[in-house]
Design a protein around this ligand. Sequence first.
Ligand code: IMP
Length: 181
Amino acid sequence: MSTDSSPETEIDISKKEILISSSEINQRVAQLGKEISADYQGRELHLVGVLNGAFIFLADLVRQINIPCQICFLQASSYKDQKVSSGEVTLMHNLDLRGKDVLVVEDIFDTGLTLKYVMEDLLRQKPNSIEACSLLNKKIPNKAEVTVKYIGFDIEDRFVVGYGLDFAERYREVPHIACLD
Ligand code: IMP
């Protein structure tokens, strides 16, 4: 009997190039956790994960941070099942971050439109401080003007999945970063 025959189901992810292994990710996430803990020593950090892509990164990162933290999420979407950004960002949250020290946690800083939009939105709540942390930074020209203080890895302009990142909601569970192109 035939099952789902959409093209995505035919991709054999185990045959795709591994760009960043899970042990490389673990090492880098531990370093980031140390750096962030040192920078926010004596303060309570409010981590805001950008769903869906940042859920695994945030879960691992928070366990490498050794200062008091609160964790919350907002939902952002801009890709709508495609490999190229639609350029339109929609946000959903009911956060109240007034006076808080906020670290926005993102899976990938590509065009930067999402992060710029998120940072501008959260800034309106008048946090005490706000910074961004992204696991990946795609090296592309003409990125949106937004400062990302903590970056896990710089990567070339390729479409990647795994460790929370998807293509049409698939491959988020893959433990490493793989290239789909
Ligand atoms: P930006 O607004 O172009 O920076 O894109 C940010 C969002 O697009 C990320 O949070 C991801 O969800 C998604 N995205 C960008 N590049 C990739 C990719 O290579 N693989 C999977 N998702 C991506």
